[in-house]
Design a binder for this molecule. Sequence first.
Ligand SMILES: Cc1ncc(COP(=O)(O)O)c(C=O)c1O
Length: 357
Amino acid sequence: MDDLLRPDTLALHADAAVEPTPDIAPPIHVSTTFAADNDAGLVYARNDQPTRRRLEAVLGALDGGHAVTFASGQAAATAALLHLQPRRVAIAPGGYHGTHAAIDALAPFGVEKVALEADLGPGDVVWLETPKNPTCELQDIAAHVARARPAGARVVVDGTFATPVLQAPLALGADLVYHSMTKFLSGHSDALGGVLVARDPALADGLRATRTVTGGVPGALETWLVLRGVRTLGLRVRQQTATATRLAAFLEPRVARVWHPSLPSHPGHALAKRQMRGPGPILSIELATEAAARALPGTLRLFRDATSLGGVESLVEWRRKQDPHAPPALLRLAVGIEDPEDLERDLARGLDELGGR
Ligand SMILES: Cc1ncc(COP(=O)(O)O)c(C=O)c1O
């Protein structure tokens, strides 16, 4: 591919050479096995298959590395840990609770979870999640790379909330970027998946070999759905970021606290300007009481009460339902692509209704 192509163009064309075909929309391949000695080098779908090759070409181009896709984000995170076999994983408290569960599950095999700022040694892993679920707090990728590299440790960045549209961890020196494809990359709440993108092609080969052993490959339909969804990633994420920014400003004077990096009151405001190409499409709010936070989703008409994020439809979630460590009065808003004015009116009306109770 032409080195000068920009991400929005790569999302549509980076897979063209993988499978030359007159189809404009990419075909979906469902075969689990392939005729021996074929020119494409295909053998068996757990190792490799053409729709997955196309998706990995696009995701690798977007993050500037080599992509390996998995059946879910969790499958990707677990495969990364199994492959890297760190003695210690340095990670901040909070963030996506499933990542902590994946690290804790490896404790019997000698993997130790340590504080993010702990001393590092060769083979250790620094696991960043930036912006962090659900408060969108940021971690300084370049600073952590500068600390980890001389110690021989590797840096993994969960960039699910930023997507490759807003953040480029590999360009900042990270070894691996991790995304739950279930979220913005697929974009339509209809496919589970995860991806690891490595700067070093040898690391990607190793992760692919681990995936063949663990077997956590995405299915053909899910792979195709993410390939279809990722074509519009830039459009969606820019619109969702603009709407989240508008809603954050609207909500700040009306609720106890708003967590969004667009706001000067957010601890990641300055770093977001340096590290990201926009403050991101997710925001969280804290209401005065837990009771109010539990009640607000029931008053909203456009924001559906559901977990997950990154789809075209707006969702709201009292975060404690999924994550017992989330602040008790916190609601996460996953902004969709509806008209921003309609979303603002929905929230204004819901807050009024709560106030009147
Ligand atoms: C930041 C983050 N990372 C990872 C995951 C895990 O991804 P999946 O649900 O696709 O396994 C999630 C899921 O919510 C997430 O929000």
